[in-house]
Design a protein around this ligand. Structure first.
Ligand SMILES: [Zn+2]
Length: 157
């Protein structure tokens, strides 16, 4: 018996999706791929540590990273399934934008849409932080040692 799914069967007759929907889908796809990369990194660490499961994953996410934390958490809820982080919680720690001023050399905190030196008002600045997206820490559970079953082991030799 063949199963037909409307979405694929009718794809060529559907109206083109609106720009806003397409934009949202692209963002979501971006978060899915970011999440996949994160989970690969997490699985590698967990494997090296001999962990049985990952309990919590903490990442740092800057305002200029291009990642929307809410969408990332949604993506994580899907992508974690079936892996070592299947029951893990994702904690997103937001970071701030920091710039360095080419005029006065000052390093100040600012908003993503206002890259102006807070010390002298200079416009010639460069971003030194705020674009990061990195794994900060992860909490893992290791295999519990087997409970003592009361039997003693015979050692000969
Ligand atoms: Zn300055």
């Amino acid at each position: 018996m063949a199963l037909h799914f409307g979405l694929f069967a009718d794809a060529h007759t559907r109206e083109p999706v609106g720009d806003s929907i397409r934009a949202w889908m692209q963002i979501a796809v971006h978060e899915l791929s970011v999440c996949q990369a994160l989970l690969i990194q997490v699985a590698e660490h967990a494997c090296k540590q001999g962990a049985a499961a990952v309990v919590r994953i903490t990442i740092e996410c800057g305002p200029l990273s291009g990642v929307e934390p809410t969408l990332l958490k949604d993506a994580f809820a899907i992508m974690r399934l079936g892996g070592i982080a299947a029951a893990a919680e994702l904690v997103v720690v937001p970071t701030v934008v920091r710039i360095e001023c080419m005029e006065c050399g000052g390093r100040t905190e600012t908003r993503p849409n206002k890259l102006v030196c807070a010390a002298c008002g200079g416009f010639r600045t460069r971003v030194i932080a705020g674009g990061e997206l990195r794994l900060r820490s992860m909490e893992m559970r290791t295999l519990e040692p087997r409970p003592n079953d009361g039997r003693t082991r015979m050692v000969s030799g």
